[in-house]
Design a protein around this ligand. Structure first.
Ligand code: GLP
Length: 271
């Protein structure tokens, strides 16, 4: 695991965007797994800047979103704050600002009549695209990846998932409250790639920022692998793993000095 600790959110975001941009430059038709939440917004802004100022070209990039609330989907007839779909988030925060083709942005549509069938189709679609080259991830307050809540199998596939009280509270504060939605009216279920699906990505990059994430980050990276903290499955991944943290999110790590030492060595020997 490559654990990178940066001074603050902006530096974390710039580092993460640099990794994604490097992949796009070396493989212009790469397949990216995209994450939502407040954490990757800075990374997306930096990618938009690179597209605008440096010509970073997304025209052959393919994307798959990690998850979506059940019951909602992209609705451009509404203002952004009234459309809380993750599809809308990706559209506003990234896709509309870069030259990615709409047909190359796959999302789980929360309005699907048969969610089980949709989830199966999504898995097949990822395979048809040749698999995900780099999956971007945040981490939820309860240690989840995407919407794989505590107790999810670490071999789980794309499916419908009930949200925990903590996730509903966290995400209500972050998004739904601003739209004036009542707490009981926000979706209580989601469609999510499974932990098994995520672990099949050839590379994964997890981001975390802020003191609120410090404890759960330490549990995921340095604690036991457990379905109670589904992000701890990061320890089982067999490909390239990058974790980019700001200082606050890294503040509960026991081995932070070791990670800094390894980063310095890798830089010095260009590994
Ligand atoms: C949601 C998403 C996750 C995300 C998490 C953390 O629950 N489903 O993919 O990692 O929020 O969000 P934030 O980055 O706002 O802390």
């Amino acid at each position: 695991m490559n654990i990178i600790i940066r001074e603050n959110y902006n530096e974390m975001s710039r580092y993460a965007a640099g990794i994604i941009a490097g992949l796009i430059r070396s493989k212009p038709d790469c397949v990216l797994g995209m994450a939502t939440g407040s954490t990757p917004i800075g990374t997306y802004r930096e990618l938009i800047r690179m597209h605008r100022d440096e010509g970073l070209d997304f025209s052959n990039v393919r994307c798959f979103n990690l998850d979506e609330y059940l019951g909602i989907g992209l609705d451009l007839s509404k203002p952004y704050n009234e459309d809380q779909s993750y599809a809308r988030f990706m559209y506003e925060e990234l896709f509309k600002n870069i030259n990615i083709k709409k047909e190359n942005t796959s999302v789980l549509d929360g309005r699907a009549k048969d969610p089980g069938k949709l989830c199966k189709w999504y898995e097949d679609e990822i395979k048809r695209a040749g698999g995900i080259d780099l999956q971007l991830l945040g981490i939820g307050g309860d240690g989840h990846w995407a919407f794989n809540e505590p107790g999810s199998s670490l071999a789980s596939r794309t499916r419908v998932q009930a949200l925990t009280k903590q996730t509903l509270d966290d995400n209500y504060e972050m998004f739904y409250k601003n739209a004036g939605t009542a707490r009981e009216d926000m979706p209580h279920f989601a469609l999510t790639m499974g932990i098994g699906t995520i672990l099949e990505a050839r590379n994964i990059m997890m981001l975390a920022s802020g003191i609120k994430k410090a404890e759960v980050v330490a549990k995921a990276l340095e604690g036991p692998v457990t379905s109670q903290i589904t992000a701890s499955a990061i320890q089982l991944h067999s490909g390239g793993i990058t974790v980019v943290l700001d200082k606050d999110a890294a503040s509960r790590l026991v081995y932070a000095d070791r990670y800094a030492h390894v980063e310095a060595l890798r830089k010095r020997y260009s590994i």
